[in-house]
Design a protein around this ligand. Structure first.
Ligand code: ARG
Length: 256
């Protein structure tokens, strides 16, 4: 009896070991060859819900964050996200202080002189937030007003061009511009439409006006030298546009 049990135990050990070997071999065959194991550092300004913000758990969250986490996983990159002022990101990409910038970046001709943009993944317009009862009813009422913006954004560019530097209060973070609106330090804030919706939801007494600024497209900003990374990102983007992943991410975060 004892002998049979012993033999049985040995047979089992061999069987387990054999199956382990078998699954090892299979795993090595099935796993795709990693395209890169490099660490990627991304610059962002996490004051821009629903694209990048700090979630309730203290971690980065939002549309851009989910897209880039998916990309990093698919291409086997280790991702590090650095939160910085928006106005510093392009320079950081350019000097290689970060590998790329993803921060709801609108493609502009001026920025194209400093960085390579990926294919676009989103569209927006600039909207105007005012306090309830404001005499600003449309974009044409902005003359003579104090306008809040995030420094270095397209909203900043447009109103500085249209109304001059003296009319514009620049803030490093959008949250500070909204604070200034609530405190009466600015008459309005000009910012990207979906982010305007988020501030509208989170603060009483604010109203959104449409503006007549042109449609903008968001893309990721890469260093000119990093064409391989750019190519990989565009390839990933095309895939998630086609298979519905991108739409699912939008649906999770955006007001429809
Ligand atoms: N789309 C605008 C721009 O490119 C604003 C982006 C602001 N992004 C941010 N994460 N705060 O200038």
């Amino acid at each position: 009896m004892k002998k049979i049990a012993k033999i049985l135990a040995i047979v089992m050990v061999i069987a387990v070991a054999a199956s382990m070997f078998a699954s090892c071999g299979k795993k090595a065959e099935d796993e795709p060859v990693p395209a890169g194991t490099k660490k990627l550092v991304m610059g962002t300004s996490a004051d821009f819900a629903p694209y990048e913000f700090i979630g309730d758990d203290g971690d980065f969250a939002g549309i851009d964050i989910e897209i880039i986490r998916g990309f990093s996983a698919a291409y086997n990159y280790e991702l590090e996200i650095q939160d910085m002022d928006f106005k510093s990101i392009i320079a950081a990409v350019n000097s290689k202080a970060v590998d790329f910038g993803m921060s709801g970046f609108t493609i502009t001709d001026e920025r194209k002189l400093s960085v390579n943009f990926s294919d676009p993944y989103e569209e927006t317009v600039q909207s105007i937030l005012v306090m309830e009862g404001s005499d600003i009813k449309t974009k044409d009422d902005l003359a003579g007003k104090i306008i809040g913006v995030q420094a270095g954004t397209t909203g900043d560019d447009f109103v500085t061009r249209d109304y001059g530097q003296d009319a514009v209060n620049q803030y490093d973070k959008y949250s500070l511009s909204i604070q200034a609106l609530l405190n009466g330090q600015v008459d309005c804030v000009v910012l990207d439409d979906q982010t305007a919706n988020e501030f509208l939801k989170a603060n009483e007494g604010i109203v959104k006006l449409d503006s007549a600024y042109a449609k903008e497209e968001y893309a990721v900003a890469f260093n000119f030298d990093d064409t391989e990374l750019l190519g990989q990102f565009n390839e990933y983007l095309a895939k998630i546009k086609a298979d519905g992943t991108l739409d699912n991410i939008f649906a999770k975060y955006k007001d429809q």
